[in-house]
Design a protein around this ligand. Structure first.
Ligand SMILES: Nc1ncnc2c1ncn2[C@@H]1O[C@H](COP(=O)(O)OP(=O)(O)OP(=O)(O)O)[C@@H](O)[C@H]1O
Ligand SMILES: [Mg+2]
Length: 281
């Protein structure tokens, strides 16, 4: 029998040694992965979780980092997106964690993250509650909550953030949370409402992305706006993605974070040597 031996890194840092498809040894991982784990989550559907997850993955990949995109949503949108991606573009590994492993694999083997991964981006699903949410929170270093500028989304998003901050898993190990204003139409009443709401929140607003057709085009092609070098609107948006990456990478590691640290609002990240007015909505 042609057997392979491999070490498998779970998101939680458990090491499994496999011979073929049999897990022979399983225990806490002593070789800790330094990959930063970024969770995109909101209990409200359609707010842009997959769009943020895929575009963030592309931004990191374009900077030369090894990126794993974990598709936690049974709708498998990120998996479908990745299937469309041209192999000539900066590569992104997909982990379809929503799928159950087949009978010849352990779930750990199925969900394995390549060991050289620098950033793990999790596309969370809207129905993540209680135990599911707990698992996702425990496996993340930074949490991003996209929010649309509509009364319904603001209300639902506000409730979700309250639920998140009150969750036992979060209270036991607080970590940076940032809200992303998505599909913003500048100078509209709804944008003003969202801005006001975000200003009252206890968590910082860390990025603003415009309502831009380039996102739809990019999604069709398994791309992110950062890949679209010939599209003016995409190039404009790309600057905001780099700002978001800077904010994420400037966050302290989870173990050293205090609640006081997390309450501090971020300074607007510099863009091309100037301050960026869109870094806070
Ligand atoms: N900034 C944007 N500009 C234009 N269209 C956008 C933008 N963000 C998201 N969209 C579009 O909005 C729709 C919903 O986005 P997306 O699928 O990312 O949301 P989601 O939160 O992942 O949804 P679900 O809860 O169903 O998983 C998609 O058609 C997407 O292309
Ligand atoms: Mg989605």
């Amino acid at each position: 029998m042609n057997e392979t031996v491999g070490a498998v890194w779970e998101l939680e840092g458990t090491l499994t040694v496999n011979i073929g498809n049999r897990a022979l040894l399983k225990g806490p991982c002593t070789m800790k992965s330094n990959a930063r784990r970024i969770l995109i989550v909101n209990g409200k559907g359609g707010c842009g979780k997959t769009t943020i997850a895929t575009n963030l993955a592309v931004t990191y990949a374009s900077l030369g980092l090894n990126v794993s995109l974990v598709d936690n949503d049974p709708q498998a949108s990120s998996t479908y997106w990745c299937d469309q991606r041209d192999p000539a573009l900066p590569p992104i590994s997909i982990v379809a964690s929503h799928r159950r492993a087949n009978m010849y694999q352990t779930q750990t083997f199925h969900n394995r993250i390549p060991p050289e991964t620098d950033r793990i981006i999790v596309d969370g699903h809207s129905n993540a509650r209680d135990r599911d949410l707990e698992m996702l929170l425990k496996q993340s270093d930074v949490i991003l909550v996209p929010m649309l500028p509509s009364s319904i989304d603001i209300r639902a998003g506000g409730r979700f953030i309250a639920e998140l901050l009150a969750h036992r898993a979060y209270r036991n190990a607080p970590r940076p949370v940032g809200v992303i204003a998505n599909r913003v139409k500048p100078n509209t009443e709804t944008h003003a409402k969202l801005k006001h709401f975000l200003g009252c929140l206890d968590v910082p607003s860390v990025a603003t992305f415009y309502d831009c057709p380039a996102y739809l085009e990019a999604a069709e092609l398994g791309q992110g706006v950062v890949d679209m070098h010939d599209c003016r609107a995409a190039i404009k948006e790309a600057a905001s993605w780099l700002d978001l990456v800077r904010w994420i990478d400037a966050q302290p590691k989870t173990t050293t974070v205090t609640v006081q640290d997390l309450r501090q609002r971020p300074r607007a990240a510099p863009r091309h040597g100037t301050s960026n007015p869109r870094a806070t909505a």
